[in-house]
Design a protein. Structure first.
Length: 397
């Protein structure tokens, strides 16, 4: 894990990316977050931490993941497209890079219990996995509605030994599960670490998660140099839910101005409808889950229920790092509708024999909007595999 400091796009000492970030938390949560903030950098850059982290990424997760030149897809778009294969990680997505990092950190902070929240269950599964690996107790809060909708992931978590607790308040979905998980952490500050699954939440979570995921861009740099003689692509594309696979993909390229950074947001039925999750198009500045960022909200500040066909992108905000990349113009944001994402998922399957997660298909869906040239290079983060989405794909065959 390389460091970036002194970058206009890195977090500052107060936990801000430009105008976004910080730790907007109830006083009761302050001791927990402060303990983490004081210790995280010191712990994760210790040699012995790095050794264990890298060993698990290699031998448990299966890193480095390949950087694959997609020949037929490249022909279709008349450019040179490389796929970063996070779909080949253990558990089928990039999320495990972060949960491995956080479980190792939790152990060094003397915590022997883990709490997490999950929406679709992907982060819950990645958390339950590393808790099984380490023999640590795991409680996952999940909205009652989501528990019904996501039965296979609930079964996975239970088989891995986690306790899945239903969140029964509000809309009984992710936002409510997050509130319950935070409340649980407030009540169990001594022995429990809270594993957040994306680059969201109060400082230092966005920065910490980005650093754990930065292994993605570290590998892309090496692999692209080996394969093309140039470590820098012309375009770097990733989907943004909270923004963790995107943060990992961008991390070591943020200060390379020749690399165009592209984010794909989920437009749902379209950004002009009330069924969308495209935060930079529809959101305004606001505070959600402990940080100031862009947020889909009503005029009086109520959080709007987002919609996307992909559970992983169905989030009313984005991480503060991405809000800053958007405001500063460093990243360009595109949106892809449910339909466009489905079409891109089928296209990759037919052309390359790879069934992508429906989240990742949103990144593929913007390829046609880039106008990348014949001699240019595009790297796309294929954040996860599509097995979990087969029922969704089948409905549209
Ligand atoms: C959860 C998930 C996402 C969205 O989360 P980010 O934090 O934005 O990366 C994207 N792709 C897959 C496969 C996921 O499971």
């Amino acid at each position: 894990m390389l460091q970036i400091e002194n970058s206009a796009f890195a977090v500052n000492e107060r936990g801000y990316y430009g105008n976004f970030g910080g730790a907007w938390i109830p006083e009761m949560l302050y001791p927990n977050v402060e303990e983490l903030r004081k210790n995280y950098l010191d712990i994760i850059y210790r040699d012995e931490f790095q050794e264990e982290f890298n060993d698990l990424l290699k031998n448990y997760v299966g890193r480095p993941t390949p950087l694959y030149f997609a020949n037929r897809l490249s022909e279709k778009y008349q450019t040179n497209i490389y796929l970063k294969r996070e779909d080949l990680c253990h558990t089928g997505a990039h999320k495990v890079n972060n949960t491995i990092g956080q479980i190792l950190l939790a152990k060094r902070l003397g915590k022997n219990k883990i709490v997490a929240e999950t929406g679709a269950g992907q982060h819950g599964v990645a958390t339950a996995t590393v808790c099984a690996l380490m023999g640590i107790e795991c409680i996952v809060y999940m909205g009652e509605v989501d528990i019904e909708r996501q039965a296979p992931n609930v079964a996975r978590m239970k088989m891995l030994g986690a306790e899945v607790r239903p969140a029964k308040s509000g809309s009984r979905t992710l936002k409510d599960a997050t509130n319950e998980a935070m409340r649980h952490w407030i009540n169990n500050p001594m022995d429990t670490h809270y594993i957040i699954g994306s680059v969201v939440g109060p400082h230092p979570y966005p920065d910490m998660v980005a650093r754990f995921q930065s292994v993605i861009s570290e590998e892309i740099k090496k692999q692209l140099l080996e394969q093309t003689g140039n470590a820098n692509p012309d375009y770097l594309v990733a989907c943004v839910g909270g923004g963790s696979n995107a943060a990992g993909t961008y991390f070591h390229y943020l200060d390379e101005p020749s690399v165009k950074i592209i984010a794909a947001e989920a437009a749902g039925h379209g950004i002009t409808t009330d069924k969308s999750a495209a935060t930079t198009f529809l959101g305004k500045k606001g505070v959600l889950h402990g940080s100031k960022s862009l947020l889909m909200q009503t005029l009086d500040g109520q959080v709007v229920e987002p919609h996307s066909i992909s559970a992983g992108l169905d989030y009313p905000g984005i991480g503060p790092m991405h809000a800053h990349l958007w405001e500063s113009g460093r990243a360009k944001f595109y949106d892809a509708t449910d339909e466009e994402a489905l079409a891109a998922g089928f296209e990759l399957t037919k052309l390359e024999g790879i069934i992508p997660a429906i989240e990742s298909a949103h990144a593929l869906a913007v390829l046609g909007k880039l106008n990348a040239g014949k001699d240019e290079t595009v790297v796309v983060s294929l954040s996860g595999r599509g097995d979990k989405d087969l029922a969704t794909y089948m409905k549209h065959i």
